[in-house]
Design a protein around this ligand. Structure first.
Ligand code: CP
Length: 308
């Protein structure tokens, strides 16, 4: 059972809660593999996605997850809503809350936005990515993918390479993976590595080769040009030369290593298409696991609401 009515970050979840979400997702994935994906776990309940930033995977997987489990679901984004008339975040959230909404799934460009609205609402709030802070449901689906491949998280060596500075995915993964006993190495251009990130319990490697050597999991991160006011590396081709997870780099990882990327991917920058499409790549499987993990989260939040 989840302790909080909201899922705001992996910082707020215990190792037991993370493990319970992953175990529940294993069952949800079995549902996805059947011809009848419809369950009644959320029947009569309502789920709203409120997205202030673009999304394909997170938004659609939450929408499908809620529909597969029988809820009434609706979407609202900045374009076409009263946000564009200047309505505040809190007024927008309260308006959705007052429509008897059970769960609000929110993505926002400001770190801490879901933490700000959650205490004011009866609805449960799920963080679908807040600024450069956390993307907890992505890290949960990443850990679910790792557990499905290796049967465990504890003791795994995970290399996370790329734009660490802007990456809420990296932050959530470091928090979650270290809670579950994995060893995390980070590597990226010096301008994209936050000072003191080692304090989160991970290592910082000196090169992409050092990060990937002996790794069980190699995760590429998207270069987030939309969050850069100035260029943090000389050119895209130089980035690819020094930081890309190429086939040669991947040879340094463990024989059974898997490649992950949260998507969307800049092909030829974070990694070449040949690595993206290689048998070691579980990037497409991550998308499917994203639906299962989001079904698990909705199920567990609703179970908690049913107890109240
Ligand atoms: N990984 C991820 O958050 O993708 P979207 O931006 O497409 O949701």
């Amino acid at each position: 059972m989840l302790k909080s009515k909201d899922l705001l970050g992996l910082k707020q979840l215990s190792a037991e809660e993370i493990n319970e979400i992953i175990t529940t997702a294993e069952m949800m994935k079995m549902v996805l593999d059947t011809n009848n994906k419809k369950t009644s776990h959320l029947q009569g309940r309502s789920v709203v996605t409120l997205f202030y930033e673009n999304s394909t995977r997170t938004r659609l997987s939450f929408e499908l997850a809620s529909k597969y489990m029988g809820s009434v679901s609706a979407n609202i984004s900045t374009s076409g809503s009263s946000v564009n008339k200047g309505e505040s975040l809190l007024d927008t959230a309260r308006t959705i809350d007052m429509m008897a909404t059970d769960i609000i799934i929110m993505r926002h460009n400001q770190s801490g936005a879901p933490h700000f609205i959650a205490p004011h609402l009866k609805s449960s709030v799920v963080n679908a990515g807040d600024g450069m802070n956390e993307h907890p449901t992505q890290a949960l689906l990443d850990m679910f993918t790792m557990k499905s491949s290796f049967g465990k998280i504890e003791g795994l060596k995970v290399a996370i390479c790329g734009d660490i500075f802007h990456s809420r995915v990296a932050r959530s993964n470091v928090i979650g993976l270290t809670k579950l006993g994995a060893e995390v190495s980070l590597f990226g251009p010096p301008t994209m590595l936050p000072m003191g990130i080692e304090k989160m319990g991970c290592k910082v490697a000196g090169s992409v080769h050092e990060a990937v050597e002996g790794a069980d999991v190699v995760m590429g991160l998207r270069v987030q040009l939309e969050r850069q006011n100035q260029s943090l590396f000389p050119t895209v081709s130089e980035y690819a030369n020094f930081y890309s997870i190429t086939q040669d780099v991947l040879k340094l990882a463990n024989k059974n290593a898997i490649v992950l990327h949260p998507g969307p991917c800049n092909h030829g920058v974070e990694l070449p298409t040949v690595v993206y499409d290689s048998p070691q790549s579980l990037i497409n499987e991550q998308v499917k696991n994203g639906v299962a993990i989001r079904m698990a989260i909705l199920y567990m939040l609703m179970a908690r609401r049913n107890q109240q």
